[in-house]
Write a protein that binds this ligand. Structure first.
Ligand code: GDP
Length: 294
């Protein structure tokens, strides 16, 4: 994950690290290279520009500390800024209020929603919760079978019905959840290859019925800025509360991770790095910045 970005940044920072004195011109040179590296990693242009501007301003204002070299101080500033654009701190799932808490998963087809439903279910089960998975992706019949299979694999109950509309499925699922003392309901919804009005209309009616505690936009981390653009559109039409980045095990260039919070204003809550139900981790901006800086 992120190898290319880390290697490229490392190359630039190595030069800085060794510098005994830092001049305005070598900061500008280094920042030009960092900017190029970010754009190559498919980071949103505005996000990269603002990042460079802030780091440059702070680096120029640095008062040299005796204990560390100026180069190291600039690297520290870069780390702080990376953490800031990644969202500053970990924001946990909101499961408060009267149970059951509903988590609705939305996103384009193939982004990893169905597998995420099982991953979140397993994560919550390990925290002592009683989750129910709901198969409301009725346009891809294989998604229903896939969720049922994942439910068996993880030992988590699944509510699935074929030949019924998503709203009815959700209504029935909520009745079952209340009867069974389920405290978290995770709803897998339909995605398409492209955003369209019908899909959004359907998601909006599910949102109005379910009043989800969380609407999580599931973003395929491999598709970089396209994922960020979709997140932006979903966020405008639904009350998205958080983001999940999937496929972070692939050869992602990292751009989505670095841009998505700044563009949408919504926190990344989890990242997923594999297809298995256990491949999910809560997202911590500072630890992610550590990984990028190696
Ligand atoms: P959906 O259409 O949004 O429900 O997407 P799926 O959950 O069916 O996932 C699409 C494909 O991506 C499946 O083959 C999943 O196994 C795979 N997938 C999902 N998440 C990850 C991940 O984090 N890493 C990898 N490598 N594959 C994933």
């Amino acid at each position: 994950m992120l190898e290319q970005l880390r290697e490229n940044l490392d190359g630039v920072l190595k030069k800085l690290r060794g510098q005994g004195t830092i001049t305005e011109s070598n900061i500008q040179d280094a920042m030009r290279e960092v900017r190029r590296t970010l754009l190559e990693a498919d980071v949103n242009f505005t996000v990269a520009r603002d990042f460079i501007r802030t780091v440059t301003e702070k680096a120029l204002g640095v008062r040299v500390l005796k204990s560390i070299t100026p180069g190291q101080q600039i690297i520290k500033i870069i780390h702080e800024e990376l953490t800031r654009i990644l969202g500053e701190e970990h924001i946990p799932l909101n499961l408060g209020g009267l149970p059951p808490a509903v988590l609705m998963l939305v996103g384009l087809q193939g982004s990893g929603k169905t597998t995420l439903a099982a991953k979140l279910g397993l994560h919550l089960k390990s925290l002592g919760k009683r989750p129910l998975l709901v198969a409301a992706d009725v346009y891809r019949p294989a998604a229903i079978d896939q969720l049922v299979k994942l439910g068996i694999e993880t030992g988590i109950p699944v509510h699935a019905e074929k030949g019924v509309d998503p709203l009815t499925i959700c209504r029935n699922a909520m009745d079952i959840a209340r009867q069974d003392n389920t405290n978290v309901v995770i709803v897998d919804t339909a995605g398409r290859l492209h955003i369209d009005e019908k899909m959004m209309g359907e998601l909006q009616s599910l949102q109005n019925f379910l009043h989800p505690r969380e609407i999580l936009f599931v973003a395929d981390g491999m598709i970089g800025q396209d994922a960020v653009n979709s997140a932006h559109e979903f966020n405008q039409q639904l009350s998205v509360t958080g983001l999940v980045l999937t496929k972070m095990d692939g050869d992602t260039r990292g751009g989505a991770a670095l841009s998505i919070k700044s563009v949408t204003g919504k926190p990344v809550k989890f990242i997923s790095s594999g297809e298995k139900p256990g491949d999910l981790e809560p997202f911590y901006p500072d630890r992610f910045a550590d990984r990028i800086l190696g």
